[in-house]
Design a binder for this molecule. Structure first.
Ligand code: HEC
Length: 308
């Protein structure tokens, strides 16, 4: 009853362009919250926690300035959001991530490939996340060329979904594995089912379906290092004799889109293993140690120091 009142108030909130979507997820969210808190939920109702929100809108002649939050809601600690028994299909998430790259960039693509799939299969609380927010991770966080956005998106995803089990932080361990996998692997691995390359104006056969796509191993999780090593490899491969691939080229974008698919695929494989109880960490190693004081570093020192 209260939910309905809140929902109708929120639907009047003209300043929130996604009011209706928020309302739907909030309804689910409250439903789950009430189940989860039990007696505590009754306390909130008795003390007027939800009523306050309702009353503050009741009789108002103008909509509230922003969509209100719901006081007393339940937190969703990492690791408790849910994951399907039997896992997700890595190929489905990878293909979704590949296509999303062209609107959300690398970090958002991996997030949406997996979290977006969970929004559609499990609903709340995943539906409370707007995956557009992860566009910031593009090109090493807003173009700064630091950590590759696909590794960042993978890390965010595993740390929401897996969290700590007993004394083992599986979310964190998987995000380390994905950094190490990224650095150690000839990328991109994923081959899309439906190619964006030709429809976006690409003409080089190597990048079209069935072509021999150039790969490179970054030996680093850094966007700048990884991207440039790949462009160097691609330009020295006999892929497109008539011009040079630069960062703005559709070929480079196709590579980063496939990389998003690759990382989404591997992330789902690890999550599925975790769900099945067969995950073990450390398959690709870990970071290096920068100096006697132990400063954080990637494990390939020679990218920047010659010799170390
Ligand atoms: C991404 C580039 C990069 C990587 C990779 C890197 N370093 Fe560095 N490192 C730097 C920079 C930049 C400095 C600061 C140099 C300066 O200002 O003199 C530095 C400083 C150091 C210093 C201090 C040097 C001094 O003169 O005080 C040591 C020691 C060091 N790095 C060791 C390592 C080791 C060991 C690794 C691999 C585990 C590593 N670094 C990886 C960029 C890097």
């Amino acid at each position: 009853m209260k939910d309905d009142q809140i929902n109708s108030d929120l639907e009047e909130c003209s300043s929130c362009s996604e009011a209706r979507g928020s309302v739907i997820s909030r309804r689910k969210f409250l439903g789950r919250g009430a189940l989860a808190v039990g007696a505590a939920g009754a306390t909130v109702a008795a003390t007027g926690g939800l009523g306050l929100l309702t009353n503050s809108f009741a009789g108002a002649t103008t909509p509230p300035p922003t969509c209100a939050t719901v006081p007393g809601t339940v937190k969703h600690p990492r690791g408790t959001w849910g994951y399907p028994t039997g896992g997700l299909d890595p190929a489905v998430c990878a293909e979704r991530a590949y296509h999303k790259f062209f609107t959300l960039f690398c970090c958002g693509a991996v997030m949406d490939g997996i979290i977006g799939t969970l929004q559609e299969t499990l609903g709340s609380p995943y539906t409370n996340i707007d995956t557009n927010m992860f566009k910031f991770g593009g090109a090493g966080i807003n173009g700064w060329g630091t950590v590759c956005g696909t590794a960042l998106g993978a890390a965010l995803t595993t740390n929401i979904i897996a969290g700590v089990d007993g004394t083992v932080d599986n979310g964190s361990a998987m995000s380390n594995d994905l950094m190490a996998y990224y650095a150690a692997t000839a990328m991109p691995v994923y081959v899309p089912v439906s190619s964006e390359y030709t429809t976006r104006g690409g003409t080089c056969p190597a990048f079209q379906p069935g072509g021999t796509f150039p790969t490179s191993t970054a030996v680093s999780p850094l966007c700048h290092v990884s991207t440039n090593k790949w462009m160097k490899a691609a330009n020295s491969a006999p892929v497109h004799p008539s011009y040079t691939i630069v960062s703005g080229s559709i070929e480079r974008k196709e590579r980063c889109a496939r990389l998003s698919g690759t990382m989404a695929y591997k992330t789902v494989e690890l999550l599925n293993a975790w769900k099945a109880g067969t995950y073990t960490s450390g398959a690709w190693g870990g970071p290096g140690v920068g100096n006697p004081g132990g400063s954080p570093a990637q494990n390939n020192c020679s990218d920047c120091h010659t010799p170390v």
